[in-house]
Design a protein around this ligand. Structure first.
Ligand SMILES: NC(=O)c1ccc[n+]([C@@H]2O[C@H](COP(=O)([O-])OP(=O)(O)OC[C@H]3O[C@@H](n4cnc5c(N)ncnc54)[C@H](OP(=O)(O)O)[C@@H]3O)[C@@H](O)[C@H]2O)c1
Length: 243
């Protein structure tokens, strides 16, 4: 496994932070060449420096994936690649009665339709034997996180559809993390993050939250196992099994 991804190129849309950055690091450890995409150029440069310090070959592209014209340009500019991971997906909290339509629409556009577009564009550039991995999510209920819940359902349907449409050339899967401490919560006050973490440590049957490495390794598993397609792996400590 040590050079499994030698001469293979992995694109991580959202590879400059959190889970996506760790996926890039783990893929580089087994030889992948990396292309990472994000909006914030400082974060992209910092990630490139961190990855390059470990000997990885890294290209960066500054693109907001919500801007579908920019996304199209990105895929025109990208070379052919072997694997693509998308970390794109904004979230919301609260049920259908407390959220404005615009907020619900934004999350569904972000989590579902932007990833549909990524799938359509990636299909034109991905090499035979490659894979696409999207990021869904678990742990929330429709009444607690309405837009995210619907977005995740859409994304899971996308994975099933694309897996058949792109077979046998390319495999398509998703990873569903549950609530995890990552830089995703950088704008939430630390005390609030601590209290949400405590809540999840109680409701998750395994009585803790995930490490970023545990989440990232699920993406690597899906990249490296050539006989899995159309699947959604929940890396969530069994959170949906509880009361
Ligand atoms: N952490 C959790 O609790 C949790 C739980 C379930 C699901 N998830 C999902 O996991 C994914 C990644 O989360 P994370 O925890 O790793 O967050 P993170 O540390 O904030 O990383 C997100 C990455 O995606 C990039 N990104 C976000 N929106 C983008 C856009 N519109 N265009 C291009 N790049 C974009 C970010 O860079 P820029 O910000 O610079 O663009 C960053 O590189 C998200 O889809 C999230 O919904 C997270």
């Amino acid at each position: 496994m040590s050079h499994y991804l030698k001469d293979k190129t992995l694109v991580v849309i959202g590879g400059s932070s959190g889970i996506g950055l760790r996926v890039a690091q783990q893929a580089a450890d087994i030889g992948a060449q990396l292309i990472i995409v994000g909006r914030n150029v400082e974060r992209l440069e910092a990630a490139r420096a961190e990855l390059a310090a470990c000997g990885a070959a890294v290209q960066i592209y500054q693109v907001d994936a919500h801007d579908h014209a920019a996304l199209q340009t990105l895929f025109t500019d990208l070379p052919n690649f072997d694997h693509l991971v998308s970390m794109v997906g904004d979230v919301n909290s609260g049920g259908f009665l407390v959220n404005e339509i615009a907020s619900i629409r934004h999350v569904i556009e972000s989590k579902f339709l932007t990833n549909v577009r990524i799938g359509q564009l990636a299909a034109t550039k991905i090499r035979e034997g490659g894979s696409l991995i999207f990021t869904s999510g678990t742990g929330g209920r429709a009444q607690d996180a309405c837009g995210s819940y619907v977005g995740n359902l859409g994304l899971n349907a996308l994975v099933e559809g694309l897996a058949v449409e792109l077979a046998p050339k390319v495999r398509v899967n998703a990873v569903s993390p549950t609530w995890t401490v990552t830089p995703f919560w950088r704008d939430v006050p630390a005390e609030r993050v601590a209290s949400i973490k405590q809540h999840f440590e109680q409701v998750i049957p395994l009585k803790r939250t995930a490490s970023i490495d545990e989440l990232a390794s699920a993406y690597l598993f899906l990249i490296t196992n050539g006989f899995i397609t159309g699947q959604n792996i929940a890396v969530d400590g069994g959170v949906m099994l509880g009361a």
